[in-house]
Ligand binder design. Structure first.
Ligand SMILES: Cc1cc2nc3c(=O)[nH]c(=O)nc-3n(C[C@H](O)[C@H](O)[C@H](O)COP(=O)(O)OP(=O)(O)OC[C@H]3O[C@@H](n4cnc5c(N)ncnc54)[C@H](O)[C@@H]3O)c2cc1C
Length: 535
């Protein structure tokens, strides 16, 4: 039996921990930890917990092997309408977005040929546990396979990287030289960990990144060997979660962050300062405004020291480069799609743009690799690395792939994100970086149980909760109906006198970052765009 909790929905009611305490546990008041692969003897209790969950956040699988289903899932046309005839569908990238898209296609009645291609040799697995339950040892790295509500029929080409896309011939090229024909294509190739930029230093024994189950297995093994000080380079969500686990394991840890506070890139400097206090209170040696200038090894190629920009040298056995993600777009080079450092641009219906910003009608994009305009955020293009976005965007993309133009959906759900660190459940709705001001609208910063509400030019644009997830549905509705910022009086748990503070979000990098857009031709029929990349 496999279980996954949709933590974007979970509001920390804890019913599951009451009903199946061997499987679910609450850390402090809201952070839920759980077994992904509980014993079959727990099945009844887990199913009771799934039924009792007030927000229906638990997904329990029925089968968990790839290949031919024992019993085919019943076909159900979408909205009572039959799917349009589209021929062969190919999905490149078989992780969260790819799997959810495939399941949606079948659920909505697509009965044609379906192929999933993935560079990784594993069946689709969940990444959030890799920096949480896997590093603490609660779950094995190879045991985070994503559950399925129902099995479906598809051809799985695992361990096969796509190396090229020929739009004219409608073919995906594979590393082994094969060409896979498609009529409709979904690009769901996600992202990878940005490596430590100095290749020789990155190769030292003791230098890690974290994106895949193999990365997590290696890092877990090293942490289990109880190294001396661990250095985490970068205090985004992943780096902060790894630091949290290190402290939980009783390991000394230093975190260096180039910006002014942990999580400041995602939540702004004002809320980042609270995250900094959280880290220091838990014994992290946090150094902000500091970069790592060099990692140094011994004669055997083992990491021994790090030289920091504040002039200090640290003796370290383990360094984790948590420098963010790079989108997996190289295989699209020369394809004519608008693919670049922020991912593959697409419209709100998930259809890919070509370099001329013309929308294609047979190539769709979903998940971390997608860059899409969001009407609530002035149609600006968003590139997200959120579990919830990968799920909803994949579902919209799959629906649109088999729907007539008039039945297509826009992907306009608000971004939702969660993180568990230092016993605190941090959740956000909306886009906190799309803000100039922030207020603490509920709760108390001193108790680390509060809701921060973000605003941009008099409108609420985001909310971030520290152990107060139950408020996020309310603020989601506020964002959706463009409620005024700062939020009005008369709310429960509201501190006296709201203090409007600068959100202190980092400068946004322009979408054309890393490429020069060159226009050629004069007449409308010949005027075109070329992207010239700076490598
Ligand atoms: C350690 C960690 C912790 C996280 N924690 C959270 C969290 O707490 N909350 C949250 O909201 N989100 C979290 N996330 C983010 C979340 O996991 C991602 O948003 C999600 O995995 C995106 O799914 P995806 O399918 O779009 O991309 P990915 O999961 O990146 O999958 C892309 C797949 O495509 C494959 N691929 C790439 N290139 C090719 C190619 N050329 N050919 C074939 N296949 C290819 C890759 O190997 C991979 O299997 C976390 C991520 C990580 C790494």
């Amino acid at each position: 039996m496999r279980v996954v909790v949709d933590l974007t929905r979970c509001e920390g009611y804890g019913q599951c921990a009451f009903l199946a305490p061997e499987v679910f546990a609450m850390r402090r008041s809201e952070a839920l930890m759980y077994e992904l692969h509980p014993a079959d003897s727990e099945r009844t209790r887990v199913l009771r917990a799934a039924a009792a969950c007030p927000v229906q956040a638990l997904v329990v699988d029925q089968v968990h092997t790839l290949g031919r289903p024992a019993k085919a899932a019943p076909l159900k046309p979408a909205n009572g309408k039959r799917p349009v005839e589209v021929g062969r569908i190919v999905i490149v990238g078989a992780s969260l977005a790819g799997l959810r898209a495939a399941a949606t296609l079948r659920r909505e009645g697509y009965a044609g040929s379906l192929t999933l291609i993935s560079a990784e040799p594993y069946e689709p697995y969940d990444r959030p546990p890799l920096s949480k339950q896997v590093l603490t040892g609660q779950v094995a790295a190879d045991d985070t396979a994503l559950p399925r509500r129902a099995e479906f029929e598809a051809e799985w080409l695992l361990g096969q990287a796509a190396t090229g896309l020929d739009l004219a011939a409608r073919q995906v090229h594979l590393a082994d030289g094969r060409k896979v024909d498609f009529d409709r294509l979904l690009i769901a190739t996600g992202a990878r960990a940005r490596p430590w930029p100095n290749a020789a230093e990155a190769a030292l024994d003791g230098v890690f990144v974290l994106r895949t189950n193999e990365d997590a297995a290696r890092l877990r093994e090293r942490l289990t060997a109880r190294p001396g000080r661990v250095l985490i380079i970068g205090a985004g969500f992943t780096g902060s979660e790894i630091a949290s686990v290190c402290r939980e394991l009783g390991l000394d840890v230093t975190v260096t962050e180039r910006g002014k506070a942990p999580l400041a890139g995602a939540l702004g400097g004002t809320i980042g300062a609270i995250a900094a206090d959280l880290q220091r209170d838990h014994g992290v040696d946090l150094r902000c405004g500091v970069t790592v200038e060099a990692l140094e090894g011994d004669g055997d190629g083992r990491l021994r020291r790090a030289r920091l920009s504040d002039g200090t040298t640290l003796d370290v056995d383990v360094a984790v480069a948590a420098l963010g993600a790079e989108r997996n777009v190289e295989w699209l080079e020369g394809s004519g799609l608008a693919a670049g450092v922020w991912g593959v641009a697409c419209d709100a219906g998930c259809r890919a743009f070509d370099v001329n910003a013309l929308v294609t009608d047979n190539v769709f994009v979903a998940g971390d690799v997608a860059r899409f305009p969001h009407p609530v955020y002035e149609y600006q293009f968003l590139s997200l690395e959120h579990w919830g976005n990968a799920v909803t965007q994949a579902q919209v993309a799959a629906h649109n792939m088999i729907s007539a133009e008039s039945d297509r959906w826009p992907h306009v759900s608000l971004p939702v994100f969660w993180s568990a660190q230092f016993g605190t459940n941090i959740k956000s709705v909306g886009v906190p970086t799309f803000a100039d001001e922030v207020v603490i609208a509920q709760g108390s910063v001193a108790e680390r149980r509060f809701v921060a509400v973000y605003g941009n030019r008099g409108r609420i644009t985001a909310a971030v909760a520290f152990d107060q997830a139950m408020w996020l549905d309310f603020y989601q509705a506020q964002i959706e109906r463009a409620a005024p910022f700062p939020p009005g009086p008369g709310m429960v748990g509201r501190p006296d006198g709201l203090q409007v503070m600068p959100a202190d979000v980092p400068q946004r990098i322009s979408p054309a970052y890393g490429a020069t857009v060159v226009l050629t031709g004069h007449n409308p029929d010949e005027r075109r765009v070329t992207l010239q990349r700076r490598h």
